[in-house]
Design a binder for this molecule. Structure first.
Ligand code: BG6
Length: 485
């Protein structure tokens, strides 16, 4: 008789932990030889519910360079992880983290991006972070490029628009892989690579002078260079450190059709395909036909070098990672839109929203996990998920029930997906310690289990305080996801 046997729970070696990015935590922006990065010239948002990342042009960059303070550029100060890393990692260890995701700031290693010799002082900081993680048996998961690059490359060659940036990037990845051979098992190339279609923050390309159509062309061209660089870095890693694994990283934007009208279903399918396109290239090694058609019909011409297709095909990633915060609705006609993670999308009347208007959808996570597993058949890793909220510190405590509730509901759906047969390697929730918001550069949009005493202006003692969710997550990890109460 056919015996039904399916996984019932999180696997024993499941990687529980948290995720951060250099430009949102490190601070120490102008010491130990570090170069200025693209993230450090983006002003904080005037309207906290609107993203500031698109307002970058030559004059705003010039103004930023002439401003040597951190007042308008909070990513320059972060939460001073550079000097607090020991204390912070100790707290992660106390929660029982199995893995910690962080990124290396390229400009710490190659301040101008095109230097020929790496900056030893920059490396020494990451050596110390790895030492500390090793002390506690926490596995590092390193992103090589998380929303920043040396600003000098933007000034010299307009970031990733120039093919020369591929060689600059692979010179950086090569020294990093050689330095950390045998010490780091899991890597990611570009954070949320698909958000490069939104401009500067991901590709370092200044294109504010172009019209929408030209911008789209320029952005897909820059992204093509990143896709090639990502494949080359994957190849390098496999050669330098055969036991290490490379993953791609997508801002997964699951979308639903607004109605069952075939026009809406088709519009949603197309939106979804345009989102998954990036993972298609990185995991399957080729541009999918639907995207070639989209490019042809929209006048997008991507210049490829002769060997590019061969490079993409030869080095697909080992695992597929993504961030998951929300879902949207797509209709064949324009409808009411909501804010969201780097994007806007249609409103779903069945879902609640966060204080920043991001639609909360735990079941959507199960749907996404199933779809991505079906499509790629590679181990999946949720490397970001969490709730940005306004926390209140009362008598030295933060009672963040709302955060626990959000995370609990998502973890429950992860468990369901595992029972559906999805191979899920791990879960690093976003911002285990409060950090500077990517989209608005504010401090008061908090995600952490650990409260950091700093306000939007940078005032505060930087003291770290355990929130209620800290103790909850500790229990989740020690019970391997069995106790979510
Ligand atoms: C992800 C980014 O898109 O969302 C992170 O990878 C970011 O860098 C996170 O911080 C949450 O977004 P925000 O704008 O609330 O910080």
């Amino acid at each position: 008789m056919y015996k039904v046997d399916f996984p019932k729970d999180f696997p024993k070696n499941f990687l529980w932990g948290g995720a951060t990015a250099a430009n949102q935590i490190e601070g120490a922006w102008d010491i130990d030889g570090k170069g200025l990065t693209t993230a450090e010239v983006v002003r904080k948002a005037d309207d906290r519910k609107k993203m500031s990342m698109n307002i970058v042009d030559p004059s705003s960059i010039k103004a930023a360079i002439n401003d040597s303070t951190t007042a308008n550029y909070p990513k320059r100060r972060g939460i001073d992880f550079y000097h607090h890393y020991k204390e912070d990692i100790k707290l992660f260890a106390e929660m029982g983290f199995k893995v910690f995701r962080f990124s290396i700031a390229w400009a710490r290693i190659f301040p101008n991006g095109d230097n020929l010799q790496p900056n030893e002082k920059g490396f020494e900081f990451y050596d110390r972070v790895l030492d500390e993680l090793e002390n506690y048996g926490i596995e590092p998961l390193i992103t090589l490029s998380h929303y920043e690059m040396p600003l000098a490359l933007t000034q010299k060659q307009n970031g990733w628009l120039d093919r020369a940036t591929i060689a600059d990037f692979t010179r950086y990845t090569e020294v990093v892989f050689k330095r950390y051979r045998g010490r780091v098992r899991y890597w990611l190339t570009f954070n949320e690579i698909n958000t490069g279609t939104w401009g500067f923050h991901e590709t370092g390309v200044v294109d504010s002078h172009l019209d929408k159509k030209e911008q789209e062309n320029v952005r897909y061209q820059a992204l093509h260079h990143q896709l090639v660089a990502s494949a080359l870095a994957t190849k390098q890693l496999h050669e330098i450190d055969p036991k290490a694994k490379m993953g791609c990283m997508l801002a997964r934007m699951q979308t639903y059709p607004a109605t069952c009208r075939p026009e809406d279903v088709r519009a949603a399918q197309m939106e979804d395909q345009k989102n998954l396109f990036f993972t298609d290239v990185q995991a399957r090694g080729e541009y999918p036909e639907f995207m070639n058609r989209y490019f042809a019909e929209n006048g997008i011409q991507i210049k490829m070098a002769e060997k590019d297709q061969e490079i993409l095909a030869s080095s697909p990633v080992d695992f597929v990672s993504f961030s998951y915060y929300m879902t949207t609705v797509t209709s064949a006609e324009a409808g009411e839109e909501v804010n969201g993670n780097m994007a806007t999308g249609g409103r779903n009347k069945y879902l609640e929203e966060s204080d920043w208007g991001w639609q909360i959808d735990p079941i959507g996570l199960r749907i996404t996990l199933n779809e991505m597993w079906d499509r790629y058949r590679k181990p999946l890793f949720i490397v970001e998920n969490g709730l940005g909220a306004l926390d209140k510190l009362e008598d030295g405590k933060v009672h963040d029930e709302y955060r626990i509730d959000y995370l609990r509901k998502h973890i429950e759906q992860m468990k369901e997906a595992i029972k559906d047969g999805v191979q899920l390697m791990g879960y690093t929730m976003w911002g285990p310690i409060d950090l500077i918001s990517f989209s608005t550069s504010e401090m008061s949009k908090r995600y952490g289990f650990i409260y950091v005493d700093q306000d939007d202006e940078g005032n505060g003692s930087l003291k770290r305080i355990r929130k209620d969710s800290f103790y909850w997550y500790k229990k989740v990890i020690s019970s391997n996801g069995a106790d979510l109460a």
